[in-house]
Design a protein around this ligand. Sequence first.
Ligand code: B12
Length: 210
Amino acid sequence: MDLNEIKTAVIQMDEKSTEKLVIEALEEKYNPLDILNNGLIPGMKAVGELFTRKEYFVPEILLASDAFYRGFNLLTPYLKKASYRKKDKVLICVVQGDIHDIGKNIVKVMIESAGFQVIDLGRDVPIDEIIKAVKTAKPQILALSSLMTTTMLQMGEIINRLEKENLRKNIKIIIGGAPLNQEFARKIKADGYGEDAAGAVDLIEKLIRE
Ligand code: B12
């Protein structure tokens, strides 16, 4: 089989085919990470482009993301098994006002599969809740996600709050999501920007070594 078939099934919002094809790919001994990176994620990316071109609307996006998750859930046990050694703690969430969590969930699984402990606060998370979790869980890394130009601005506020409460020195902050970039990370004094889930893991490994 060709992993493009999985991409097409996601684009066609076909949950059953996505599930069947992912099972087939696993049986054919495709690497689970390749199935994610070369099948499911390109499918969701293409759906994003169709949405931007106004060929797809919210209902189509939701059906496509159901298909995506049907495949993704089959892969997560394999991804997590990859290399399990408990390392440092990462707190991850999508900032307040933003319910886009598909990317965050992929990043979470990749970080977990790299052996880190992950605390996931979910999506649409208020600043106070993030600060409280940093105080109680004391993570080494805070990973923030935002998919909207309106909600990304909160990331700077979160960093300011951490500074004010004297919590900034003990934590590295990484950010990600489609509208962000390195320049924005520098501007808000985050420690790094990751373009995708693999980039997130590389970034964390690098920051922890520093
Ligand atoms: C899926 C989707 C939805 C779904 C969300 C379902 C869900 N549970 O997530 C639904 C239909 C609910 C939705 C709703 C809305 N959406 Co919407 N949505 C999208 C869409 C099409 C795809 C996003 C996605 O999942 N991409 C696939 C994943 C795999 O990619 P990703 O999220 O970028 O994540 C990767 C990287 O960015 C990175 N990453 C992500 N997070 C992090 C974090 C860290 C720390 C690191 C290192 C890396 C990292 O790694 C990930 C994996 O590789 C985008 C269009 C687009 N082109 O992005 C619009 C988009 C984000 N939505 C948009 C809007 C406006 C909305 C709505 C407000 C209303 C509307 N008019 O439809 C609502 C409400 C949103 C709200 N309050 O949050 C706009 C945002 C515009 C802006 N202001 O910036 C976009 C850009 C569409 C557009 N062109 O207008 N949406």
